[in-house]
Design a protein around this ligand. Structure first.
Ligand code: ADP
Length: 752
């Protein structure tokens, strides 16, 4: 180093030239390393690797090496491929040369324009052969198989469906002999390579017949694996110059083909190099061949493919062919399909059922939840209800009461539940009522009525009650649900109103009497004055010495008569003015009118008015209070007489008539007074409406309330040619006396 540096330093010119030289050398080296060598393009030889990649490489790599050495401008590469791979690579123009079996070559020639260059000279022993065939054989002891036809129904073995020498060559001959390998063998087995195993299978009796390429048997025999005598070659042929046993026509050996894109120049180079290859060249020995020869005629191969419908001559199978060819598969497929669809259908069915039952379950759960919610709602609704709710069993024992029940009755829940419902009994309903109630609800019908019940503290309450029987699906009554409303306040209010009306009616009667008082006084005065006169007369007769006893008796009788008459008037007046609860009984209209006329007669006489009666003499009974009805009629007569009395020239007649129409009786009081203008007609029944200076305006209003309370109605019509016609109509009572029903006394157990 030191020396060198010293040299460089010591001689700069030399140093520069040395550097230049070194640089040029480096450049040259790099150029040699990286620049593509001229013509050393990679040439790919696709080889059918029917026994695997390694075997193919081992067999053909030396040949590639030979080509490389002979044509150094190219690099020959072996690419082992299977039949599909060869086809694919040829189609994709990845191969320059193709070395394959004759059948495959014909296909590639037909489809991709591959052209044969040479035919392989195969080596068997020391002899090269450019043709080959197949041997179809069985075991020599199989006396039942002496011809190809005898193979029908037997088992058969070959290499593979695509193997040219290993199956297709034999297939053609079998077909010619009427045997379809795919149909007529009991079993067709493809064993693949090596073909030795096929021979062994026949030898060991695992299969009845088989086919292998020619020369296999002879080679195996030479190797000591078999004895040729153990086998019988079927349909043996003799071809001059071909020493191996064979059952088929012979076909040219494997061709080396060039692909469509390979240049003529390269093709020629390769052809020349291989044709001139010595048959003992190590590459040929490694490849188990004895060099190459000019290409043979592959026409025979074409014929085979045509006959078998293979490769380029593959006919599109008809449906029938397919059915025939794949009958077993189709059947199996169909069976599988059937099984699958059956299974699918079953699974779907199960699924459906599952879904259905899931749905049903969901519905049930939902229904139950709804029912539970409903019950919850119901119980809370019952609990919170303003109605009195009580549930009893069929024996009337209380099972449930709600808060409203507790509040109204004063019984708390603990006391009420399990007690008989009769704890509420007031005693205000008769036995007939309870009979009706029980028969209704036990028949499963709803009972609805106002009931008077008794609270725990003894007071009464009114309940507007509905008892609903709860029934099972088959109609059995399980329990009763009683819902009710406490209407005590309403009833009491109504009662108070009724009492007020009664009081009012009473006041009205007194007022009416007041209006009639002058007439009444006059009427009472007459008998009293008569009595006084008769009494004075009697006294005078008693003072005389001779008492006329007859005259005295007459006078006293007159006094009695007049007294009785006064008593009657006073009794009637007292009766009319009597205060008290209206009593609803059966009333004969005729009788009530007569009573009213008696009272009115005093005033009528006073006012010189005639009261006429035109009354029905048939059944005319109505339901009501006789005093109140008399009040109504008297009020109408009084109004009529007053109307007439205030009118100078009016006829002084009042007509009282009754008539019956459609089950109702009408009573009309018709006067011949001035009548009243139409506009006033609407108002006469209103309370406090009066046109009189001393009137209260209550008479017609109270009369209407009385009539309406009895289910009747009041009306006013003009009377033609003059006067007014006031009337009312009431429902007639049924003429027949109600049949007294025999009521079976029910054991007084409860009040639902
Ligand atoms: P009052 O007799 O106290 O006025 P009512 O209620 O009995 O009360 O009568 C109301 C009004 O109806 C009377 O003031 C009168 O104007 C009218 N009225 C009643 N009856 C007759 C009748 N027969 N003719 C004409 N008007 C009548």
């Amino acid at each position: 180093m030191t020396r060198a540096r010293t040299q460089f330093v010591g001689n700069p010119e030399r140093r520069v030239s040395t550097l230049l030289f070194s640089g040029l050398l480096l450049l040259l080296l790099l150029a040699t390393l990286f620049a593509p060598s001229a013509g050393a393009r990679e040439v790919v030889i696709g080889v059918l690797a029917h026994r695997g990649t390694e075997e193919a490489l081992a067999r053909w790599q030396p040949t590639a090496g030979y080509l490389n050495s002979m044509i150094p401008e190219h690099t020959f590469v072996i690419r082992p491929l299977d039949l599909d791979g060869l086809r694919w690579a040829t189609a994709n123009q990845e191969l320059d040369f193709i070395l394959t079996n004759p059948g495959n070559y014909v296909e590639l020639e037909s489809d991709y324009g591959a052209t044969r260059l040479l035919t392989l000279r195969n080596r068997f022993g020391d002899q090269p052969y450019t043709v080959f065939g197949a041997v179809i054989f069985t075991r020599s002891d199989r006396d039942d198989i002496t011809s190809l036809r005898d193979l029908e129904g037997k088992s058969f073995m070959a290499v593979s469906r695509d193997a040219f020498g290993g199956f297709q060559i034999a297939w053609r001959e079998l077909k010619l002999n009427g045997i379809d390998p795919f149909k007529d063998f009991s079993r067709l087995e493809f064993a693949g390579f090596p073909q030795d195993q096929i021979v062994m299978a026949v030898k060991e009796g695992r299969v009845d017949g088989a086919t292998v390429r020619t020369n296999i048997l002879e080679r195996m025999s030479a190797e000591g694996k078999i004895r040729l005598g153990d086998f019988r070659i079927l349909a043996p042929r003799i071809t001059s110059g071909f020493p191996f046993g064979h059952s088929t026509r012979l076909y040219p050996e494997w061709p080396l083909a060039r692909s469509a894109q390979t240049s003529d120049d390269l093709a020629q180079q390769v052809a020349v190099v291989l044709l001139t290859m010595p048959q003992d060249h190590p590459a040929a020995v490694a490849g188990r061949y004895a060099g190459w020869t000019v290409p043979l005629d592959y026409h025979l191969v074409h014929e085979l493919l045509v006959e078998l419908g293979l490769g380029p001559y593959q006919v599109q199978p008809t449906l029938e062919d397919l059915l025939a060819a794949y009958a077993e598969w189709i059947a199996a497929g169909l069976a599988l399909l059937l099984l699958l669809s059956g299974t699918t259908a079953y699974v779907l069915h199960l699924n459906q059922r599952l879904k259905q039952s899931k749905y049903v379950l969901e519905m049930e759960v939902r229904e139950r939840m709804r029912a539970e919610r409903g019950l919850l709602h119901l119980s809370s609704a019952l609990e919170q209800s303003a109605d009195i709710v009580m549930i009893t069993d069929v024996d009337g024992v209380i099972e449930y009461v709600n808060a409203a029940f507790e509040e109204v009755t004063g019984y708390d829940r603990e006391e009420a539940v399990n007690s008989p419902a009769r704890i509420l009994k007031s005693g205000y309903h008769d036995q007939e009522f309870y009979e009706r109630l029980w028969s209704t609800i036990l028949e499963g019908r709803v009972f609805k009525e106002v009931m008077i019940n008794r609270r725990k503290d003894g007071s009464l309450y009114y309940e507007e009650k509905t008892i609903t029987p709860l029934k099972t699906e088959d109609g059995r009554v399980l329990s009763f649900v009683s819902t009710g409303r406490d209407i005590t306040r309403r009833i009491e209010a109504e009662e108070r109103a009724r009492q007020r009306e009664a009081q009012l009616a009473h006041v009205s009667r007194i007022s009416l009497m007041g209006e009639m008082a002058s007439s009444l006084a006059h009427e009472l005065n007459q008998p009293l004055a008569a009595i006084v006169n008769y009494a004075n007369g009697c006294l005078r007769r008693l003072e005389q010495p001779e008492i006329d006893r007859d005259a005295l008796r007459q006078a006293l009788e007159s006094i009695s008569t007049q007294g009785e008459r006064s008593g009657q008037i006073i009794h009637r007046l007292r009766n009319f003015m009597r205060r008290g609860e209206p009593q609803r009984t059966s009333v004969t209209v005729r009788q009530v009118v007569a009573e009213a006329c008696e009272l009115a007669a005093l005033e009528a006489k006073n006012k010189r008015i005639t009261i006429k009666q035109e009354l029905v003499d048939t059944w005319d009974q109505v339901s009501g209070d006789p005093i109140q009805l008399e009040q109504v009629i008297l009020n109408l007569i009084h109004n009529a007489m007053e109307a007439i009395h205030g009118c100078e020239n009016c006829p002084r007649v009042v007509l009282i008539r009754s008539f019956i129409q459609e089950g109702r009786i009408s009573v009309e009081v018709i006067d011949t007074g001035p009548g009243l203008p139409e506009k006033d007609m609407e108002h006469v029944f209103e309370a406090f409406y009066t046109t009189k200076s001393d009137g209260m305006g209550m008479g017609l209003s109270i009369s209407r309330s009385i009539i309406e309370a009895l289910g009747g109605s009041m009306y006013i019509r003009p009377n033609l040619p003059q006067g007014a016609r006031f009337g009312f109509s009431l429902p007639l009572e049924k003429p027949e006396a109600p049949a007294s029903e025999s009521v079976t006394k029910r054991e007084e157990k409860s009040l639902p």
